[in-house]
Design a protein around this ligand. Structure first.
Ligand code: ATP
Ligand code: MG
Length: 137
């Protein structure tokens, strides 16, 4: 079955949004297969955001992601990669609909509460970066 990597970013953890966010994925029927609270290091984040390293916002993205612990999770289920992106809502706050996580909890593109893999290939790469095999149930 398909799996995706979802991470609650430091602002989401700090604001107490872990419970409401996990609830949305559970309610939709997805299965939690891994979860850990972890403070990422720069090396991991550079690998995670490999394709964004040249972007002008990359330094601020890096310091944002290093500003506190992240809740790293893996979810399993039918079309979970695409469905996860739907549950998250659009990156641009002007396009993230109410009812989505970003649409309900974020107004700033640079502090947008949550990350979700954008393809099955990316998901497998990210799961391998953030988790050891034995941490997946
Ligand atoms: P994520 O990968 O976090 O799920 P995404 O796939 O919607 O988000 P990406 O293009 O992968 O968006 O960008 C990764 C993250 O970089 C965004 O979630 C956001 O925190 C930050 N980011 C993206 N674009 C900008 C921007 N123009 N200005 C500031 N931060 C940005
Ligand atoms: Mg992305």
């Amino acid at each position: 079955t398909e799996r995706t990597f979802i991470a609650i970013k430091p602002d989401g953890v700090q604001r107490g949004l872990i419970g409401p966010i996990l609830t949305r994925f559970e309610q939709r029927g997805f299965k939690l297969v891994a979860l850990k609270l972890t403070w990422a290091n720069e090396g991991l984040l550079r690998q995670h955001y490999e394709d964004l390293q040249e972007k002008p916002f990359f330094p601020s993205l890096l310091s944002y992601m290093l500003s506190g612990p992240v809740l790293a999770t893996v979810w399993e289920g039918k079309d979970v990669v695409k469905q996860g992106r739907v549950i998250l809502g659009a990156t641009n706050p002007l396009a993230s609909a109410p009812g989505t996580i970003r649409g309900d909890f974020a107004i700033d593109m640079g502090r947008n509460v949550i990350h979700g893999s954008d393809s099955v290939e990316t998901a497998n790469r990210e799961i391998g970066l953030w988790f050891k095999n034995e941490e997946l149930v």
